[in-house]
Write a new protein. Structure first.
Ligand code: MLT
Length: 340
């Protein structure tokens, strides 16, 4: 089965006609898969955020049946707590059936290729496949071999679209807007799919982005993505409204990219002293898992006034509900949609 790359990456901008009259204001992705933020346009992103915002306002125990009859498979080739649990919870809250494919105890461990796994899973007719994989481009590859809609839950160093969407929703709910904010993304940019997805998304939404990173942890062409680059954290933090920290992703490093963790913390770890150089009410974000005493001081990690880290986790469920719904209604007819 071949997939048109332009439709995969969101080049088709038309919105389904039923959106206009939909009382719940559901958003729908204009393409079959969600593989990355790159290629999505502002109306699509805004409509996903609006829809997720509605879900975030629902009472915690609310059970919907919008995705009744839809089957979601999750398959994670890398460890995950937040992303996996929140996709699972989001799908169940929407009334879908969920199958968590266990990688550690499955045939994948017996040497089966990703494509063979994809074909096997496809034969069980999932509607949506959520995959995390250590190779960049793995979700795109998967999407070529399955009938299901594919959601990229993180592929190597490439993209993690739902993380960027949940980050944007978190900012929007706390600050009220994104356009014009000065946002610093700090740390291991080179190995971070979160950084890449956020740079795409926050630029589309009109934020001014700077990255703060040691020379060994940032691709030299990063400024071509329209961001400012700083190697000195104290300089880079000045005038920022949001400080987004990233984990040192040792599992993707080749060897000598960082000095000791202690030295890294001294230069790039966020402390109250360094934060005082940012705008007075600057907020802190981290996609998790965070390493206290490496990229952030323990005191700031627990600062409920300044840290949005727990809110990010909470918004993860709402965003994933919106993304699952948007893809599901690309698969079923709108009039089959069950509103409750
Ligand atoms: C990711 O999957 O990229 C995480 O959310 C961030 C991390 O692993 O540091």
């Amino acid at each position: 089965m071949s997939v048109d790359i332009t439709s995969v990456m969101g080049m088709n901008t038309s919105q389904p006609p039923y959106l206009a009259s939909d009382p719940m204001g559901a958003s729908a992705l204009p393409n079959k898969h969600l593989l990355g933020i790159e290629g999505l346009n502002r109306p699509t992103i805004t409509s996903l955020l609006d829809r997720a915002n509605q879900f975030a306002d629902l009472p915690a125990r609310e059970q919907l049946s919008h995705l009744k009859g839809i089957t979601v498979f999750t398959i994670f080739f890398e460890n995950s707590t937040r992303t996996r649990v929140s996709f699972d919870l989001a799908a169940r809250k929407m009334g879908a059936s969920v199958v968590n494919v266990p990688v550690a105890t499955s045939s994948i461990k017996k040497g089966e290729s990703l494509i063979d796994t994809a074909v096997t899973l496809n034969a069980m007719h999932p509607d949506i496949l959520v995959m995390r994989h250590h190779n960049s481009g793995a979700s795109l590859l998967l999407s070529k071999y399955v009938n299901a809609a594919v959601i990229n839950a993180g592929d190597g160093r490439h993209e993690h679209p739902t993380q960027a969407l949940l980050d944007a929703l978190t900012i929007r709910r706390r600050v009220g807007y994104i356009e014009g904010l000065n946002i610093a993304i700090c740390g291991d940019i080179a190995n971070s799919r979160v950084a890449r997805s956020n740079i795409h998304l926050l630029s589309i939404l009109g934020a001014n982005i700077r990255v703060i990173s040691p020379t060994t942890l940032v691709p030299t062409h990063i400024t071509e993505m329209g961001v400012e680059l700083y190697h000195d954290m104290e300089e880079g933090l000045q005038g920022t409204d949001i400080v987004m920290l990233l984990r040192l992703q040792q599992e993707r490093m080749q060897g000598a990219e960082t000095p000791s963790q202690r030295e890294y913390f001294r230069r790039y770890g966020l402390t109250r002293e360094k934060l005082s150089l940012a705008n007075p009410k600057a907020l802190i974000m981290h996609p998790g898992p965070m390493n206290r005493g490496v990229e952030i001081s323990s005191e700031l990690a627990d600062d409920v006034e300044r840290s949005l880290i727990t809110a990010q986790v909470e918004m993860g469920v709402a965003i994933r509900m919106a993304c699952l719904e948007a893809l599901a209604f690309g698969l079923t007819k709108p009039d089959q949609r069950n509103m409750k």
